[in-house]
Design a protein around this ligand. Structure first.
Ligand SMILES: NC(=O)c1ccc[n+]([C@@H]2O[C@H](COP(=O)([O-])OP(=O)(O)OC[C@H]3O[C@@H](n4cnc5c(N)ncnc54)[C@H](O)[C@@H]3O)[C@@H](O)[C@H]2O)c1
Length: 361
């Protein structure tokens, strides 16, 4: 069991990483967001697996939960889903102090968080992440996002949760491809600021892929601490938090060109990190060993390092739609060594093309 504290200028909350905590969510929720009603957002698969346990725990703590379920996957991260979830919360009806809980992966967290940020101008939000990606990344830090035809996560709000409850035991039912996607985000954390984590993951990859409970608690704790430290330094992404976007500008373009859901988010980030490493090398920021060490760790986690891509013009246009464009210049997070990155907006397009070529099948 591990506890990580997030302290921000106007808000403080805890992240509990605890095997079996799913059955104790209701009693702890009483302390952080007491009310007679609560909203619950989950996807249909996760709800089928764990919904009854969460519901019992809430009812035992005297909450009346009102449930909105989503179709699993990225396809649900749309404004029409947001509208449908709001409608359920109005029917309940929720009040300003009624919390909304997210039980699921990053998609559920992003939708529930966006609804919580906007319902009645904001209600308390609780994350119960069930995918590795959601535990180590999306549930921590208060970013929410919705996809629109113009691009991924282009609508959103910052809305910090009042509590995050991660139960690593639920990862046993996570499809292996999704587990690997979570590992991609952990590798990203290691590349941006922790060579010791990079080395640990290389050494323990078998235990991690085998879901050893001790290794999983350790991995989630370590990564939550990294993410929490970054968020505490820079809540609103004015500086260092942007480092977390390593691989994302390339990755979002891959997702947009492939059609959301074809290449999974974590896979796109894995590919994007390789493209960023090659771009950095071409730009003279790092040695070729950075790319080869990264490729070797990603491969050991079973992640893709090459993919079929459309022509460069399409990819460059998709990159320019990304939120990280400032004053018309694409800002890229580039590794200088394992454990250190830089943000650059002066990368010649030839280097970016070389990045794309590095991952083109
Ligand atoms: N807000 C943020 O800061 C942030 C950060 C990173 C990623 N994201 C977003 O997160 C999303 C990706 O998250 P994700 O990979 O968790 O996707 P997801 O929510 O689609 O979950 C992946 C799949 O795993 C299933 N699943 C989840 N937990 C399970 C479990 N314990 N057992 C069995 N099946 C389970 C889901 O039903 C789904 O099919 C993307 O939309 C991305 O943009 C947001």
């Amino acid at each position: 069991m591990a506890l990580v504290q997030i302290t921000l200028p106007h808000h403080q909350y805890e992240i509990s990483i605890e095997p079996g905590i799913l059955d104790r969510v209701g009693s702890r929720l009483r302390e952080v967001a007491p009310h007679e009603r609560c909203g619950v957002v989950s996807d249909q698969s996760v709800w089928g697996l764990y919904g009854k346990r969460l519901q019992s725990s809430l009812e035992e703590a005297d909450y009346r939960p009102f449930l909105a379920t989503l179709k699993p996957g990225e396809v649900s991260k749309s404004l029409s889903t947001v509208e449908a979830v709001h409608a359920t919360m109005f029917d309940a009806p929720l009040e300003r102090r009624s919390p909304i809980l997210a039980l699921g992966g990053g998609v559920t967290g992003d939708i529930a968080g966006f609804v919580a940020a906007t319902h009645l101008r904001g209600v308390p939000f609780v994350q119960c992440p069930t995918s590795l990606l959601a535990m180590v990344d999306s549930s921590v830090g208060g970013k929410t996002g919705v996809n629109v035809p113009q691009g991924k996560n282009l609508l959103g709000a910052f809305h910090q949760p009042v509590w995050v409850a991660a139960d690593p035991l639920v990862l046993t039912s996570l499809p292996e491809r999704e587990l690997r996607c979570g590992l991609a985000e952990c590798i990203k954390h290691a590349v941006i600021r922790d060579p010791a984590l990079f080395e640990y993951m290389g050494r323990e990859m078998e235990a991690l892929l085998g879901l050893s409970p001790e290794a999983m608690v350790e991995l989630v704790r370590w990564n939550v601490e990294i993410k929490a430290a970054v968020v505490m330094e820079d809540e609103r992404e004015a500086g260092v938090r942007a480092h977390l976007n390593l691989g994302h500008t390339f990755g979002h373009a891959i997702e947009a060109c492939a059609g959301y859901g074809e290449v999974l988010h974590g896979e796109a980030v894995a590919l994007g990190m390789v493209a960023a490493a090659r771009t950095a090398k071409e730009f003279g920021l790092c040695s070729s060993e950075v790319e080869s060490e990264l490729v070797s760790l990603l491969k050991s986690a079973g992640l893709p390092v090459r993919v079929a891509l459309p022509d460069s013009g399409k990819l460059m246009a998709a990159m320019e739609m990304d939120k990280k464009v400032e004053g018309g210049r694409v800002r890229l997070v580039l590794p200088t060594q394992i454990g250190h990155v830089e943000i650059r907006d002066d990368v010649p397009s030839a280097c970016v093309h070389a990045g794309w070529d590095a991952i083109r099948l």
